[in-house]
Design a protein around this ligand. Structure first.
Ligand SMILES: NC(=O)C1=CN([C@@H]2O[C@H](COP(=O)(O)OP(=O)(O)OC[C@H]3O[C@@H](n4cnc5c(N)ncnc54)[C@H](OP(=O)(O)O)[C@@H]3O)[C@@H](O)[C@H]2O)C=CC1
Ligand SMILES: O=C1O[C@H](COP(=O)(O)O)[C@@H](O)[C@H](O)[C@H]1O
Length: 492
């Protein structure tokens, strides 16, 4: 594999450094980039959180996280030791301008002033504005500083605006990196290549040839230890407002003029603004919200969401969403985009299904079958085009059989598929914003989501239940059946 060039020396300051995201995703991603020689040894990773820990305690936690979340074959003792040497820890309450900030200031000022600083905010979004204000008051925002904001930014348009305004008072827009890790997934980036480097697809990419589109992000895991966050968020804010809408933008946008960040973002924004609003009174017709009940997987009983939350919990938070979206544009008139995401579903699978229209007339026996393109985001990243071919079984007539043209990327290219964060974390150091979200995109996404949340809050769509380990509520099947369509797992 070609050696990637190292980035410039940097200080990565992670707020929320003891949390789930840092341990499960950020540290493993930085480890892989370090192992591959992309991170210079003089760089530092400075963890901060309120917990009182020594540097050695933090290094110990980080080592445990690497053991748990990096493939054993990729862990090499000497490299792990050298990586742990990059780590520092400062105990600090990001929400308070108290006496703990000077410790961070002292540490940062040990490095040359022009060193790249990345402030990564992996805390609850309600803290983003205050942390940035404190950084600014302490004189820690240098010309070479960037800030990374994790999703979801806010809980609705109003709170997102307030956060963006607050952060924007201390960092210029081109130094604010709003991360959505779905954009860092190889197969999501590959959508751009697939669509705009292969005219064979782009020429068919509209309502002329496409019947409908499905975008799914299904998880088998439940809410895990993130109950306190998730119960206030729910699947619509956690997955649809950001990840699925971003994927929808890449599927639906017009060709950007270039690979410049703003060129791409302008096209995505047009899609978000063309989404047909779903008014609170329409949520029953266009959305399904569900929560997992106790279910089964093989011989195992799977707990309900309420059991996962803990003793005596009550909640009407949705762990599943399905939406019939429409894009009001010349290209996509009359093409439904079905979006769905849920926890404790039957399979872990994120994919896009492009269902083409059938031939208008068939000279073959039986009902004509339409082509289908499936873009597998994860796992088993790849693309499958199903086509009709002649059935080779000797018969006296020419009958058809479905077959797949399949590319499994890892096998085809013989390379490991890096986790999305590996790419994105170093894009921030390089100052490359193409895979990050601009403020107006976040706002347009909330503008579409807010009325749905309002309709649900007014109980205009009942909360359905579904057994853990299933494909979600029956009502989600009915949502497609009304259009004469079916979810991928039900397609014949
Ligand atoms: N976990 C995931 O898979 C994903 C998470 N995200 C986003 O990342 C962010 C973090 O999520 P996650 O790691 O799951 O959350 P956790 O609850 O696991 O971690 C929160 C972190 O913030 C720290 N923290 C809390 N309050 C303060 C404070 N006042 N000052 C400084 N640090 C504080 C906590 O440490 P302490 O208590 O010691 O202060 C802890 O390190 C959220 O915005 C989430 O939406 C986005 C994508 C995926
Ligand atoms: O942002 C989030 O994403 C994960 C799912 O990410 P994936 O890369 O495994 O598909 C989800 O579990 C989490 O709830 C959400 O906050």
């Amino acid at each position: 594999m070609p050696q990637l060039p190292p980035v410039d020396v940097f200080d990565y300051i992670v707020f929320g450094a003891t949390g789930d995201l840092t341990m499960r995703k950020l540290l493993p991603a930085l480890y892989y980039r370090y192992r591959d020689g992309q991170i210079p040894d003089q760089s530092r990773i400075i963890g901060t959180a309120r917990s009182s820990l020594s540097r050695a305690d933090y290094q110990e936690r980080a080592e445990k996280a690497l053991t748990e979340f990096v493939k054993p074959a990729d862990l090499d003792d000497a490299t792990v030791r050298r990586f742990l040497d990059l780590l520092h820890y400062v105990s600090l309450n990001g929400a308070e301008a108290n006496s703990t900030w000077p410790a961070l200031k002292d540490l940062l000022e040990q490095a040359p002033k022009d060193r790249i600083r990345v402030y990564y905010l992996a805390t609850a979004p309600g803290l983003y504005g205050q942390i940035c204000e404190n950084l600014s008051t302490q004189g820690l925002v240098t010309e070479q500083s960037r800030v990374v904001l994790e999703k979801p930014i806010g809980t609705d348009l109003q709170s997102a605006d307030a956060i963006n305004d607050h952060v924007g008072r201390h960092f210029p827009e081109n130094h604010i990196f709003r991360i959505d890790h779905y954009l860092g997934k190889e197969t999501v980036q590959n959508l751009i290549a697939l669509r705009f480097a292969n005219p064979v697809f782009e020429r068919l990419w509209s309502s002329d040839a496409i019947d409908y589109v499905q975008i799914t992000a299904a998880e088998t895991v439940g809410v895990e230890s993130r109950g306190p966050y998730y119960d206030k968020s729910g699947a619509l804010r956690d997955m649809i407002q950001n990840h699925l809408l971003q994927v929808l933008c890449l599927v639906a946008m017009d060709p950007p003029g270039s690979l410049e960040a703003d060129s791409l973002r302008n096209e995505k924004l047009k899609v978000l603004r063309a989404l047909r609003p779903i008014a609170p009174d329409d949520v029953a017709a266009f959305t399904v919200r569900g929560q997992y009940a106790r279910g089964r997987s093989g011989d195992n009983t799977l707990p309900s969401y309420l059991e996962d939350l803990g003793e005596d919990a009550t909640s009407s938070t949705e762990t599943y969403v399905a939406i019939r979206a429409e894009i009001h544009s010349w290209r996509w008139g009359n093409v439904p985009f079905y979006l769905r995401s849920g926890k404790r579903l039957a399979e872990k699978c994120s994919e896009i299904v492009i269902q083409f229209k059938a031939a208008p007339w068939s000279i073959f026996p039986g009902t004509p079958r339409a082509n289908r393109l499936v873009i597998r985001i994860q796992p088993d990243e790849g693309v499958t085009l199903s086509v009709s071919t002649k059935d080779p079984t000797p018969t006296d007539s020419l009958t058809l059989r479905q077959a797949d043209i399949n590319i499994a990327f890892e096998k085809a290219f013989g390379t490991r598929y890096p986790d999305a964060y590996e790419r994105l974390l170093l894009d921030v150091v390089r100052g490359d914003p193409i895979l990050f979200i601009r403020r107006d995109e976040v706002e347009a996404a909330w503008r579409w989501v807010d009325p749905i949340l309002r309709g649900w809050a007014e109980n205009k769509a009942p909360l359905q239940t579904y057994p853990a380990g299933s494909w979600g509520p029956e009502a989600a099947r009915a949502l497609l059946a009304e259009d004469g369509h079916a979810w991928h797992e039900d397609m014949t």
